[in-house]
Design a protein around this ligand. Structure first.
Ligand code: GLN
Length: 202
């Protein structure tokens, strides 16, 4: 793929605008996606942070859940941040009973895992595939990854403190997920690494 890839941002709820601008900063074209027709017009999708229970309800209501699952199953690259990580996970601990997911990423995440201790915080992380020094990672009532399947690469863990060793960024082929919000700091390096994944897999 030589032209700039067209990357959608699921625009049901959450930090949509910030992802659109980070994608453009990373050299791709960005479009909001709020219908199956929008989804058909993009090569890849970012699922933003927000609230995964609300996102699930809206995706069902707007008849987007099955198209999202089908796009993922067909190999569309997807990047989920925070609630988006939950939407992509195969197993979710502390989900609401009626909550639905896109799934496909072979990880177990715990919803609101950090939120029980402290609602929001920022730490600098070393992330595999992200050059240029540590990345400022903002966590907001974030999930963490409790278990990863054999095909999943761990890209970042918390280095120090009580939660040292906790997995907060993973990749499985065309699927990328972070517990944190890389769209909130004006640093587009995680989005640039997703653009690289899209160029490779889309
Ligand atoms: N706690 C939220 C959820 O369960 C995620 C928070 C976020 O995306 N900032 O969906």
């Amino acid at each position: 793929m030589t032209a700039a890839p067209v990357i959608g941002v699921l625009a049901l709820q959450g930090a949509v605008r910030e992802h659109l601008s980070a994608i453009e900063q990373a050299g791709a074209a960005a479009r909001p996606v709020s219908s199956a027709a929008d989804l058909a017009g993009v090569q890849a999708l970012v699922i933003p942070g927000g609230e995964s229970t609300t996102m699930s309800k809206l995706a069902i209501h707007d008849q987007l859940l099955e198209p999202l699952r089908a796009a993922r199953a067909a190999g569309m690259p997807m990047f989920g941040s925070c609630a988006g990580m939950i939407m992509l996970a195969d197993r979710v601990t502390d989900a609401r009973a009626d909550q639905e997911f896109i799934s496909g990423l072979d990880i177990t995440v715990r919803r609101n895992a950090f939120g029980r201790q402290v609602d929001s915080f920022e730490i600098d992380l070393d992330i595999a595939g992200v050059a240029g020094g540590q990345f400022p990672a903002v966590f907001i009532r974030a999930p963490w990854v409790e278990q990863v399947g054999a095909g999943v690469e761990v890209l970042a863990t918390i280095a120090t403190g009580d939660r040292a060793g906790t997995i907060v960024a993973v990749q499985q082929g065309p699927l990328l997920a972070t517990s944190f919000h890389p769209e909130l700091t004006g640093d587009a390096r995680v989005h640039a690494s997703f653009v690289g994944i899209v160029r490779r897999y889309a």
